[in-house]
Design a protein around this ligand. Structure first.
Ligand code: SPV
Ligand code: MG
Length: 582
């Protein structure tokens, strides 16, 4: 059975349909015509589905004259059976041919999990009973009995039901003929009789039921005598009522009204609140199950799935250009800084991107990201921003400054690291003269190609806090670029260290290096991936001006904005020669 079916249903669909037909209670079936409507019928609480010939042909946009082939009908039923675990009774028209077609139909229906079929004693190709019913020729009674016997003989599931539909009242052949045929069909092996009427009152149905006198289950379709109180059917000893076409009709009026409204007014604003939300469609399609399966089956071999981007600051030294937007929304070579970063993440399969905004968070473009806001951004530092996202971390996550540009291999190598924690350190930046630059990194070993393959770990990163004397006395090994990869295995440890830091009185002033240092103090090993240039941070106006050139060099040739291809190529060459120049 389909993965979407609940486990509690252990009684087969065919057994449940049979049980409904023979039970002493009045039972109900609702029409469905595709997977979505089958799902809706089940959620409404019905116990079984009527696979209406009228509704299925109507949803194809064709007539109820066997214009849809029987295999197209059976394919539709398969979608319905996948979308709902209810028993389905197919309205099989005349059986799509002679006894042999009925045999094949029954076998195919069983294979697709359909619980039963109703066949009517008209001739192929049929016409809907409510269109000039009196003019429609009935099948020869004996030939129809042969179809019923052939169907019963070819079923392999003993509970599969064949309902024989008597059209004598519709065709004007009278009550005696209806009763004669019903009895013949019962004796041929039909599990129930469907007695159909096109009158607006239930009189002939009730008379039939009286004369029938409980010889077998009776099924009715009160489309025309719809105003009859249901209690009347119960008292008449009817087994099952079929509400035969009400979902296709409901859908039709809703679609007509909405299409007309949108066409007339050329806007969606008047309909949005009165139609199903897109999320409701996703729910009916069981989109959540897909996401869970994706986690189960796609996670191995995938790059880190998530990122948290710290983007709350206005940018010191950038006040002149950040009046109306945060630093991350500054345009670099034709697109916002944040977009370069988001595109870089997506390229590595990091699709679940949470951006923590603060200053002018309203100006952050939210396409492809989740935005959370550090409302205290004016009084707090980076860790307070990270705290806005840290509880929701799931799976592998890259934590990143928002003002970074880098070559794609830097992120690729970082997310491929198996270490619980890993960082990128630029070994070309060791000049601590400029006291305003922070994030210098001291590591277990210097960047040395000769040590290729040896693990290097982080010892300390300079922050607003003073480095320990022992470490500060040595030259740093480089500068942390602002990228931290946290594997799922390290997530809870990171959250625990964050909680400890949050308990500190000075938490509001803490920056990312404080977190790295706290992790190290807590005994965590943070792997270092050395790079030599190939990235930019945007910290001041000078950085901002030079970032454009760097970005151009990263863009695909065709996407280089405001430059000829040659210009982009020149920059790429220059960057490659300059290597580290930050
Ligand atoms: C159907 O639903 O296709 C039926 C019932 O056959 S009725 O249209 O009432 O004949
Ligand atoms: Mg029909």
């Amino acid at each position: 059975m389909n993965a979407r079916q609940p486990a509690f249903v252990s009684v087969s669909r065919s057994a449940r349909l049979r049980q409904m037909l023979v039970s002493n209670e009045l039972e109900f079936m609702m029409e469905a015509h595709n997977g979505l409507s089958a799902r809706i019928v089940r959620e409404a609480g019905f116990k079984a589905i009527w696979g209406s010939g009228l509704a299925i042909s109507a949803q194809f946009g064709v007539r109820d004259n066997n214009e849809a082939s029987w295999t197209q009908v059976v394919d539709t039923l398969e979608f319905m059976a996948d979308a709902s675990d209810l028993p389905i009774l197919l309205d099989g028209d005349t059986g799509y041919g002679n006894f042999n077609n009925v045999r094949r139909l029954v076998r195919k229906l069983e294979q697709r999990g359909i619980a039963g079929v109703c066949i009517e004693d008209k001739q192929f190709p049929k016409t809907n009973s409510f269109i000039n019913g009196e003019a429609q020729p009935l099948a020869d009674m004996d030939e129809f009995c042969g179809k019923i016997k052939a169907g019963k003989d070819s079923q392999s599931d003993e509970n599969f039901s064949i309902v024989a539909r008597v059209e004598a009242l519709i065709a004007g052949w009278g009550m005696d003929e209806a009763l004669r045929r019903a009895e013949a069909y019962r004796q041929a092996g039909a599990d129930a009789i469907l007695i159909h009427s096109k009158l607006s009152r239930p009189d002939e149905i009730l008379e039939f039921a009286r004369e029938w006198a409980g010889r077998g289950p009776l099924v009715i379709v009160p489309t025309k005598y719809y105003s009859t109180p249901t209690e009347v059917f119960r008292e008449a000893g009817i087994s099952t009522v079929i509400w035969a076409n009400h979902l296709i009709r409901a859908a039709t009026s809703a679609m007509q009204a909405v299409a007309k409204e949108i066409h007339s007014n050329e806007t969606l604003v008047n309909v949005e609140d009165s139609i199903a939300a897109v999320n409701e469609i996703f729910r009916l399609q069981d989109a959540d199950e897909y996401s869970e399966a994706e986690d189960r089956y796609l996670s191995s071999g995938r790059a880190a799935g998530a990122a948290v981007v710290l983007a709350a600051s206005r940018g010191k030294g950038l006040e002149a250009v950040t009046e109306d937007r945060p630093k991350v929304m500054l345009p670099i070579a034709g697109k916002p800084l944040l977009r370069w970063l988001v595109d870089a993440f997506k390229k590595q399969g990091v699709n679940d991107i949470t951006v923590v905004g603060g200053y002018r968070a309203d100006a952050i473009e939210t396409a492809g990201i989740k935005l959370v806001v550090n409302e205290q951004h004016a009084q707090t530092g980076e860790l307070a921003s990270l705290a806005c996202a840290v509880d929701k971390l799931a799976g592998d996550t890259v934590i990143s400054y928002g003002d970074l540009l880098f070559r794609s291999y830097i992120l690729r190598d970082l997310v491929e690291s198996e270490a619980a924690f890993s960082v990128v350190v630029d070994s070309s930046l060791t000049d601590t003269e400029n006291a305003s630059v922070r994030d210098f990194a001291w590591c277990s070993a210097a960047d040395d190609r000769g040590l290729f393959g040896n693990k290097v770990t982080l010892r300390h990163v300079s922050s607003g806090q003073i480095a320990s004397a022992a470490i500060a006395s040595q030259a740093p090994h480089g500068r942390w670029v602002g990228l931290l990869n946290v594997r799922d295995a390290g997530r809870e440890r990171l959250q625990a260290v964050m909680s400890q830091l949050q308990a500190r009185a000075d938490f509001a002033s803490l920056d990312m290096p404080a977190l790295l240092n706290a992790l190290i103090e807590a005994g965590e090993s943070i792997e270092v991936q050395y790079v030599h240039g190939h990235w930019r941070g945007v910290n001041d106006l000078d950085d901002f001006r030079r970032a454009g050139d760097f970005a151009h060099a990263q863009a695909p040739f065709a996407a280089a904005v405001g430059n000829t291809v040659n210009h982009a190529v020149n920059h790429a060459a220059k960057d490659a020669t300059n290597g580290a120049a930050q």
